[in-house]
Structure formats: C-alpha cells, structure tokens
Design a binder for this molecule. Sequence first.
Ligand code: PBG
Length: 306
Amino acid sequence: MSVGKLRLGTRGSALALAQSQAIAEKLGAEVVVIESEGDRSTESLALMGGTGVFVTALRHALLANEVDVVIHSFKDLPTAPADGLAIAAVPPRADARDALCARDGFTLDTLPEGAKVGTGSPRRRAQLAARRPDLEIVDIRGNVDTRLARVGSDDPERALDAVVLAVAGLDRLGRADAITQHLELAWWPTAPAQGALAVETRAGDTNIAAKLDHRPTRLAAEAERGVLARLEAGCSAPIAATAFSEDGMMFLTASVYALDGSAKLTASHALYAADSKDPAGELSARAATELLDAGAADLAPIRGSR
Ligand SMILES: NCc1[nH]cc(CCC(=O)O)c1CC(=O)O
C-alpha cells in the first residue's frame, strides 16, 4: 500500500459520496471520485450489463493502485469474488427496509386505483404487482433525487404518484422526509445486503479497514448474498433475503418472485451460530436448496450476471 494518506475511491453520486465520506472520516482517508460508464451514460443499466459497471470501475482503480480502499453498496456487488481483492470490512448495517415515497401522504393501500408507481427493480415490481395488481408500474432509473423529483411532478410526462426506494439511501441523503410509508421486512423483504456497505481493498491490505468490520452485519449479508450465489442469480433477479442474529441464533428468510407478482416461493431457516463453522454458508445453502427444489428456477428468470 501507499505510504501517505489512504485514498478512498467512490462513485460520484450523492448517495455514494454520502456513504463514502462517513467511512473516509473513520479511516482518516482522502476521498477520490471515480467515474464510470454507468455515471456518464443515460442508457438503461440493464443494457450496459447491470450495476456491475460501477463496481468494475472502482475495482480497476484499486488494482491499478490509484486508490487503497473502495466503498460499494453491498447489494450492488456481484457475488463472484474479485481476483486480488477482498472485502476488508462490512460496517454496521443501516435500515434494510424499503419505503414508499408517495404524493399526498398515500400508502400502498390508499394509493388511488391505477396509480403510477416507479421502480427499476424487478423485485419491487413483483412485490408491487402482488399487493396491488391495479397499479401502473413504471420502469425508472437515475439517482435518488431524480426519482423523488418525479413524485407529484408538474410535468405530466414524468409525473408519478409514488416511487419505492431504500430507507438507507434516503436516510444517507437526508431525504427521509419524503417517506410516506415504511414497508416492513416481515411482508416486504428487501434485496440481499440492502442497507449494508462493503469496504474493499487489495487482498493483502485488509488490515487498513478491518477495524470497521461488524461481524453480525457481515454474517447477515453473507447469508443473504449466499442465496443469490447458490441460485446463480444476479443483483437484478426478483429475489429478497433477510437475515439477522438474536440470542446466538441466526435466522434467514429468502423469497423468489414471479416477475408479474402472481406467485412467490419462500424458505425460512434458523440455526445456532455456535453449532456451525460457517453459519452464513450453511443457512444460505439450506434456503437455496429448498427454493430450487420447490421450482424457483422455473418461477423466475433468476440466472443472470453475478
Ligand atoms: N440499486 C441502487 C441502490 N443501491 C444502494 C442503494 C441504497 C440502499 C442501500 O445501501 O442498500 C440504492 C438505492 C435504492 O435501492 O433505493
């Protein structure tokens, strides 16, 4: 690693900067903004190969020794490990829930018939369609502020009645005021590792950031992401997973949705962490096996870029 001040690489979006600045302060690091194709282009992310485009640019900067640490939203990180790099720390998790941000204080149940709700996520689309088949779901992309600006917009072309966003992102951007309903994990589980950050370094440098690691968050994120890995699914697959520990037990619930919301499969497992050498791996293996045995691969297009 370098001798001088640590350099911390991040995407330039407001959300990425907000979460990276907090980590940079804890590490006494200098923030370096890394631009990627995903930030420059307005093309659909799906066409560019998913959110992996952001990750690739950050990893290149690490491997090229331009920075020493990079910060990812853990839910946007492919499950395939990167050669020569390691997740040095998973800091304490923020709120893992999604939120509805609607005009006029509406909730999922009070939105008018046929209301337009924006999301770019197949999981959120399936969950919305399952709960409110009458909604018109609009495929949107862009950063959090762009999405929020469409709610109740004066421009009829862009106007939406609501969007669904991660509470963690809204909190980090100071936009929690836009939330009209918190969607509870018990009936609206979210993406594997949502609300968690991954602090990545070169494989030999993990000590740089090890002090930021929060083991319960790392285990939960590993269990949730393990389901994705075992289903060979990408971050845009219609899959939700929620894990947590309590009193020495670890719990994992994972769901796979039909894209149109017409069906879902759910597997829930628990174990005493002390009884297992790899509690996260074991839990995710059990859940993934149950989902596959129940026909998850026929229910949804889960195979995707990892
Ligand atoms: N896919 C975009 C993305 N990646 C991470 C977050 C913020 C929440 C988090 O850290 O999990 C968001 C925005 C959103 O889903 O609303």
